[in-house]
Write a protein that binds this ligand. Structure first.
Ligand code: ATP
Length: 286
């Protein structure tokens, strides 16, 4: 493939499970070197999409090109260029972390150094522990290690940080940034909005098998997050919250009512989470 060709190019992707339409016409183009985030509620079709890109699930319709190849006709050489972090890795429980990572490294022609990868995911103190003795979050970090051991050009991560403690999540973010810095293209699904915002160059929000919005997190907030919330406290202690399209006018009105500082004044714009909930029809806790 040439440098200008997208790493992932999907057009009109559809997948049906019986009478459930899991993917209902998705178009997606991910540039080389980009970190792309797929967001969406449970059952939106993210895993199905990622599994089709991995070549592990068939599709009913659409064109799919991953690193210039249709994953439905994947070769061993193509697989060695694509790193996958499974939702549920089945590594042998009796092996140690180091043995497992070394074992997987042998499958790849250009694998990374196993101890370096173990350190990258923060498992160096657990290198000689058996897998069955790892905590859930440590198991997940091992899954990430197995996804990157082959030195992939493209890394596909389905909810990679589920079960991570906050420090492990930050370390994972640093890992993703360093991989991206070295030119790895990364597609990740996540339910953590702050993770998507921190990592992804671009995001797509999926709902009911379709992409309902796409762009940088800033562009999504700009395009779909109109209005602002103004909060203040009256002299008798009553708190107020006002949603408005013209926050400056609201604050000017308050300034003329209050002599001096407006108690408890706070003006906030919609967060990515507000925009996400609006786009996926889950606003107001629905
Ligand atoms: P989550 O955030 O919960 O992981 P998701 O966005 O990854 O959700 P998918 O796992 O792709 O969603 O599921 C999309 C739809 O397809 C759901 O309605 C799900 O129940 C259905 N589905 C997924 N896999 C299968 C399967 N193997 N057989 C039948 N239905 C399936």
């Amino acid at each position: 493939m040439t440098g200008s060709e997208p790493a992932v190019d999907v057009r009109g992707l559809r997948k049906q499970y019986g009478d459930v339409t899991a993917v209902d016409g998705i178009d997606l183009a991910i540039r080389r070197g980009e970190v792309f985030g797929l967001l969406g509620p449970n059952g939106a079709g993210k895993t199905t999409t990622v599994e089709i890109l991995q070549g592990h699930r068939s599709r009913d319709a659409g064109e799919v090109s991953v690193l210039g190849t249709d994953p439905a006709r994947a070769t061993r050489a193509w697989r060695s260029r694509v790193g996958i972090v499974w939702q549920d890795e089945s590594a042998p429980a009796e092996l140690t972390v180091r043995e497992t990572v070394r074992h997987f490294a042998r499958y790849y022609p250009r694998s990374r150094d196993p101890d370096e990868v173990i350190a990258l995911v923060g498992l160096e103190t657990k290198a000689t522990s058996r897998i069955k003795a790892l905590s859930g979050g440590q198991r997940r970090r091992l899954d990430v290690a197995l996804g990157v051991i082959g030195g992939p050009e493209l890394l596909l991560l389905d909810e990679p940080t589920t079960g991570f403690d906050p420090a492990a999540r930050r370390r994972f973010w640093a890992l993703i940034r360093s991989l991206a810095h070295d030119g790895t293209t990364i597609l990740l699904t996540t339910h953590y909005l702050e993770e998507a915002e921190a990592l992804a160059d671009r995001l797509a929000v999926v709902a009911r098998g379709r992409i309902v919005a796409e762009g940088t997190s800033g562009a999504l907030r700009e395009r779909h997050g109109t209005g602002a919330t103004v909060e203040w406290t009256d002299p008798d202690g009553t708190p107020h919250t006002e949603r408005t399209e013209t926050p400056t006018r609201t604050v000017a009105g308050l300034m003329s009512r209050f002599d001096g500082e407006i108690p408890g004044l706070k003006v906030s714009r919609p967060t990515l989470e507000d925009v996400y909930l609006r786009l996926t029809g889950q606003e107001d806790g629905r």
